[in-house]
Write a protein that binds this ligand. Structure first.
Ligand SMILES: Cc1cc2nc3c(=O)[nH]c(=O)nc-3n(C[C@H](O)[C@H](O)[C@H](O)COP(=O)(O)O)c2cc1C
Ligand SMILES: [Mn+2]
Length: 479
């Protein structure tokens, strides 16, 4: 399994899935190249070197998880798995995962360069302005933020974006429902600054964990250790008492003053939904007191581009598997769960269900809509399909929708559901009232339970039979 970011890049290269691109400009060009690359499936990791105006060796890695094989590599799964098989394998692994707490070591590559005082300059790194109308350069996209609960000592790691303000100031953007927001507030309520470390470039397990709905009170570091099958090595921060991954690329250490004391304009940013929906508003800042970085550091960039194909498959796979695991705690019959990348993942989820009793489909939909792992924000469409439909195959899902769903009787609506400022469909009036809510459609695209036995038989050949046909005849068609 790949440990740090460099090992992941090396292994990606061995798979023939890494391209080095030289001479691109940080000002929108890197973002556009990364977006273009996502127009084909299973595109390579892009490593930008010799970025215009920057030293050779100071690099940006983009589209890290834009192929099934690299998603499997990151999650420690068999590289041949794809689609629902990949989601299933990850669900099985995460439900048996045993967290392993991190261990402190004296030093590590992250301490190859320790910058303090006047030497602190975040502009040293070739940080992209990712999208044309972004309000600034975002050093924190594929990043992770380390915070400590002042009451319990619990260490939380989450991915929250960060924009450069000046050489020693960056912004911090944490959605109020996320763990990081609750921790920062505890410091601010006491009138103190919140110690923080922003890691820009870390191994794939840490990334996958930072963006995963790991339960409250469980440290993402321990979760990543479980995933690595060994304790993650951390060093103590130079100016903050926080654990820092020993093999991280770049770390900004600092403090977040209460926002009423200091804040800075943030945004707009090309949001994950694919719009500049959030306006430029004051946000908390990190006063950067120290920078640690490796020689020839690599900024990991995951700006959530709207490509034809997924640039963060690990995230899509994890969200789907987490919700599937949640189902297994609650009801029988669920055959698979998949968030839909093209609908920007969270707004649309498909659940495949073997119906076993009246009302089963609606119950499954409500669980998907209501669980923390399924519905932390902008959940707009829940689609339930029968067990013969692969929820990760949109062609099959649309077949079910087009042929088994009577819209008037099989679609229900919920209202006042959690959304957030990045949601483009929050109306101007809602936005003024800070009413960040959405409605949700629950679409039952299953054969109606009451007369399912009379539902016309499908013409589609079952997969087992088709496998036999492929074995016998496939070579005439596909070789
Ligand atoms: C590329 C990417 C960018 C993200 N940016 C943010 C962000 O700016 N703010 C935020 O609160 N969550 C953001 N998230 C979502 C959180 O990282 C994710 O929900 C995570 O589980 C939160 O961790 P926590 O529950 O420990 O706070 C982002 C996720 C991804 C994949
Ligand atoms: Mn957390």
């Amino acid at each position: 399994m790949a440990g740090d970011l460099r090992e992941f890049i090396r292994k990606s290269n061995e798979l023939g899935e890494c391209k080095v691109i030289e001479g691109a400009h940080w000002d929108v060009e890197i973002g556009r190249i990364a977006e273009l690359s996502l127009s084909v499936p299973d595109s390579p990791l892009l490593l930008f070197d010799n970025v215009q105006g920057y030293r050779s060796g100071y690099r940006v890695a983009a589209n890290p998880f834009s192929s099934s094989r690299r998603a499997a590599l990151a999650l420690g799964l068999s590289l041949e798995l794809r689609g629902l098989d990949l989601i299933r394998a990850w669900k099985e692994k995460l439900t048996s995962l045993k967290p392993i707490p991190p261990v402190y070591v004296d030093t590590g590559p992250v301490r190859e360069n320790v910058l303090l005082g006047d030497a602190v300059d975040v502009l040293k790194f070739p940080t992209p302005k990712w999208h044309e109308f972004d309000g600034g350069r975002y050093i924190g996209t594929g990043s992770m933020v380390v915070l400590k609960d002042p009451d319990t000592g619990w260490i939380n790691v989450g991915c929250y974006r960060s924009q450069i303000v000046d050489r020693n100031t960056v912004t911090m953007h944490i959605v109020p429902s996320h763990h990081g927001a609750a921790i920062a507030k505890k410091y601010w309520d006491r009138g103190t600054n919140c110690p923080i470390a922003l890691v820009c470039g870390q191994g794939p397990q840490l990334w996958a964990t930072a963006v995963s709905p790991v339960p409250l009170g469980v440290s993402e570091y321990a979760w990543a250790g479980g995933l690595l099958n060994r304790a993650l090595e951390v060093v103590r921060g130079e100016t903050v008492d926080l654990p820092i991954p020993a093999e991280a690329e770049i770390v900004l250490e600092g403090e977040m003053p209460p926002p009423e004391k200091q804040s800075a304009e943030e945004g707009p940013f090309g949001e994950w939904e694919g719009y500049y929906a959030g306006v430029r508003t004051p946000h908390p800042v990190i006063r950067v007191n120290a920078i640690l970085h490796r020689n020839d550091p690599i900024v990991l960039g995951v700006p959530m581009l709207v490509g034809t194909h997924d640039d963060s498959l690990t995230w899509t796979v994890d969200l789907s598997a987490q919700l599937w695991a949640e189902f297994e705690q609650q009801i029988a019959g669920v055959q698979g769960v998949a968030f839909v990348y093209a609908a920007r993942r969270r707004p649309m989820v498909v659940v495949s269900l073997k119906q076993m009793y009246p009302g089963h489909a609606k119950q499954a939909a409500l669980i998907a809509a209501g669980s923390y792992r399924g519905a932390t924000g902008v959940g707009r469409f829940v689609i339930v399909v029968d067990e013969d439909i692969d929820p990760a195959n949109m062609s099959e899902v649309l077949w079910a929708l087009g042929t088994r769903c009577d819209p008037k009787t099989q679609i229900d609506f919920l209202s006042n559901r959690p959304s957030q400022a990045s949601d483009p469909r929050v109306s101007p009036e809602q936005r003024r009232n800070k009413d960040f809510t959405t409605s949700t459609a629950i679409i039952d695209a299953c054969r109606p339970w009451a007369w399912r036995e009379q539902f016309p038989k499908a013409t589609k050949t079952p997969p087992e039979t088709m496998r036999q046909v492929r074995e016998k005849w496939g070579r005439f068609l596909f070789d």
